[in-house]
Design a protein around this ligand. Sequence first.
Ligand code: GDP
Length: 373
Amino acid sequence: MTKPIHEQGACAGCGVRLQTADTDKPGFVPAAALEREPAICQRCFRIKNYNEASSVAVDQDDFLRLLGGIAATDSLVVHIVDIFDFEGSLISGLQRFVGSNPVLLVANKIDLLPKGINLNRLRNWVQKQAKAQGLRTVDIVLCSAKRGFGFEHVIEALGRHRGRRDVYVVGATNVGKSTLINKLIRDYSDLGRELTTSRYPGTTLDAVHIPLDDGNDIIDTPGIVYAHRMTEIVPRGVLQALLPDKPVKQLVYQLNDRQTLFIGALARIDFVEGARQSFTLYISNALSVHRTKLERADELYAEHRGEMLAPPSREQLADMPEWTRHRLTVKRGGDNDVFISGLGWVHVNGGEGALIDVFAPKGVRVLLRDALI
Ligand code: GDP
C-alpha cells in the first residue's frame, strides 16, 4: 500500500514539498525522519551530512519546463550521456530548450567499452551522432565518473567554457550524474561555503547550488526518466544484471540466416535473411545468450521464458510489457549497430545485406545506427 503524501511540510534545506511516497521523486523523506526538526528532504540530508549528491527524477514535462527556464539564464549546460545507452540517454530537443546557452556534452561510462578502443574515433562518433540529433556542442568530453578516467578533461572543459556563468548539469536517470557531481564535490568544492538553494527558473522545483573552489556554483538538476530505456521498465531486481559494471566482453556469433539469438528473456534477434555473417554483442556480462533456429524460437520462448531464458524470472516477466517486433534492414556493406536502448547493441557487418527482426519489450527504443566500434 502506498503511503499518503504529506503535503503540508516543506524541506528546510531546499524548500521542496516533502513527500514520503516515492524515493526517486523530489522531496522524498523517510516517514520516520519527517518528525525531525527541522524537516529536511533526503537529498538535502545527504548533501549536508555526507557531501553526497543523490538522484531525483522527474517526468519529461517537468523537465522540459525546467530546461525552458535555463534558456532565460546565462549559463553553461553540461549534458551527461551514458555512452552505453547513447541514443537512450541523449535529451532530444535539448537545443531548443537551452536557447543560446552553450552545451558541453560529457559522454560517461567509457570504462564499459572494450579495452583498447580508439578514443579519437569515439569522440568523432559522439560528435556526429549528437549533430545528427540537432545538438550543437561547444565541446565533447569522454570520461568515466566512477573510475575517474578523463576527469581532468571535464574540469578543464568546465574552466574553459564557463567564464563567469553558472553551470547546470542535466541528464537522464542513471547516466552517472550524481557520481560525477560527487567527484566534483570531493575534489573541487569549497566546503567552507554554505550550500544555497534557489528555484529552478520557471518551475516549482528547487535547485541546490554547489560551490566550487573557484567561486562559481554548479547546479544539479533532477534526472529525466525516459520510458524508452529498458533500464527504466525492468523490475528493480533485473537492473543489476542489465547495467554492466565491468568492460563488456564482445560476444561473437557466426550466424546463418534463419537463426535466432535470445538475450535472456529481454530481447530476441532473428537473422531473417542474408549470407552467413558475424553478429557481435555488446551487453552486460551478467546476461546469457541462447542461439537457436528461427523455426524453433517461438516454441523455445514459450517453454523456457523466465527459466533457461532469464532474466527476467517468471515472476518478473509478469511485470514487463509484451514484446513488439522491429524490422531492420542492414544495407550491403553496411557497418551498423542494432541498438536496443538500455540493453546494449549488436554489431552487424551487413556483408551482402541483412534482414533482422528484433523483439523487445513494448516501448523500448530499437534502432539501426552507424557502428560505435
Ligand atoms: P544518476 O541517476 O545519473 O545520478 O546516476 P548515478 O550517479 O546514481 O549512477 C547510476 C549508476 O551508474 C550507478 O550504479 C553508478 O555506480 C553507475 N555509474 C556512474 N558512473 C559510472 C561510470 O563512469 N562507469 C560505470 N561503469 N558506471 C557508472
